[in-house]
Design a protein around this ligand. Structure first.
Ligand code: SAH
Length: 359
């Protein structure tokens, strides 16, 4: 795919070319407006009107706002955007007392076909460009400012599999780090467990956080819940995590969406704790009850079970935290992002991904 250049694909040098013939300070002015203030060309009233109009043309936006939903408590905002090709994606802004986190999409849809995930149910459309990813953060930053807040954290946990789009995801990480002032430690990349991506990340220069969506600790169950496990089974995945930890002095999070009667049994806690002990003490399990999605019949575990599962893990020598679930009332919680795409009928959990995962 030839990436269409949009306003957040443009680097400072490109901007100098676009602003050729203008006073030199214009480059800084526009650069700061884009990356620090995160404003729109129409708002750049410190520029002559004609130049503003020119820049609106030269720096097209990648995202057309369709809807913005706010949770009943007002602390979660979900954005639905349309891309140039008509595809739709979502971004979520979560306001906590001590931080504000943007959950960014890396693909339109997803090819990984996890049956319990609304994005997986919808299937894959395409990879997002760097500009499409960075603009999600820019727009969420502008929205956070309306609430008097500054974006402090970015998680690649929206629609798509970031490690299937690793090169572009990494370029976007570099932009956030260099130009948005976000520290690498406040950026998290989540993967379904694509081993080549984990290896690539270990070689990248910035120490971002790695999260692995584990959800099952034996291959029979994981093959079914997370179909890519057939290509990258648990043992090889844990080895890749161990290799990553040898290079990076960080910890790895394991995501575990608790599904009633499926992966919340005592035996699951025992198997999961054994995997964590292999990475001791640097694996950390994040537990949440599965969120409801249209294409998956089984329910999330009760909060009581989630807490007792956590206690079991701790007793078995694994670190675990029960995570707060955000934005369920506006379908903005983990696994609920589908951007209004219909579920592909006839596609069952456990079926091989239909679309290619390569760029
Ligand atoms: N593809 C990447 C990034 C998505 S992150 C990955 O899988 O890690 C979204 C997280 O929400 C993943 O951990 C995913 O497994 C989890 N998830 C998906 N569906 C869910 C659901 N219905 N309830 C709770 N978590 C879910």
């Amino acid at each position: 795919m030839m990436d269409r250049l949009t306003r957040y694909d443009v680097g400072r040098d490109d901007l100098a070319v676009i602003l050729d013939g203008q006073p030199r300070y214009r480059v800084d002015q526009v650069w700061q407006a884009l990356n620090e203030q995160c404003t729109e060309p129409s708002e750049w009233t410190n520029l002559p009107k004609a130049l503003r109009a020119e820049l609106t043309e030269a720096l097209p936006s990648a995202l057309t706002p369709i809807t913005e939903s706010v949770s009943s408590r007002g602390d979660t905002v979900k954005f639905l955007w349309e891309l140039a090709g008509g595809e739709r994606i979502e971004t979520v802004l979560m306001l906590y007392r001590d931080r504000a986190t943007v959950c960014v999409s890396s693909q339109a849809g997803c090819a990984m076909a996890c049956g319990f995930c609304a994005t997986g149910q919808a299937g894959f459309t395409r990879h997002l460009t760097v500009g499409e990813m960075v603009e999600q953060i820019a727009r969420a930053t502008a929205r956070a400012r309306v609430a008097g807040r500054r974006v402090s954290n970015v998680v690649y946990m929206g629609m798509g599999e970031p490690m299937a789009n690793e090169a572009r995801v990494w370029s976007s990480v570099e932009r956030l780090h260099a130009d948005f002032g976000l520290s690498a430690r406040h950026i998290t990349i989540s993967t379904v467990g694509l081993i080549p991506g984990i290896r690539a990340l270990a070689q990248r220069p910035l120490p971002v956080n790695l999260a692995v969506s584990l959800h099952a600790a034996n291959d029979t169950l994981r093959d079914e819940l997370v179909p890519i496990n057939r290509r990258y089974p648990i043992d090889a995945l844990i080895e890749a995590c161990a290799a990553y930890l040898e290079v990076r002095n960080r910890r790895i999070s394991f995501e575990w969406a608790m599904i009633d009667g499926v992966n919340d049994r005592d035996s699951d806690a025992v198997e999961l704790a054994a995997l964590c002990r292999r990475l001791r003490p640097r694996a950390h399990v994040n537990l949440i009850p599965l969120n409801p999605t249209p294409g998956y019949p089984t329910q999330g575990s009760s909060l009581r079970r989630v807490h007792s599962f956590r206690d079991q893990l701790e007793a078995l020598g694994a670190n675990a935290t029960v995570r707060q679930n955000r934005g369920t009332d506006i379908d903005a919680a983990c696994g609920q992002l589908a951007a209004g795409q219909p579920v592909q009928l006839g596609r069952r959990p456990g079926q091989q991904p239909a679309a290619s995962t390569e760029g």
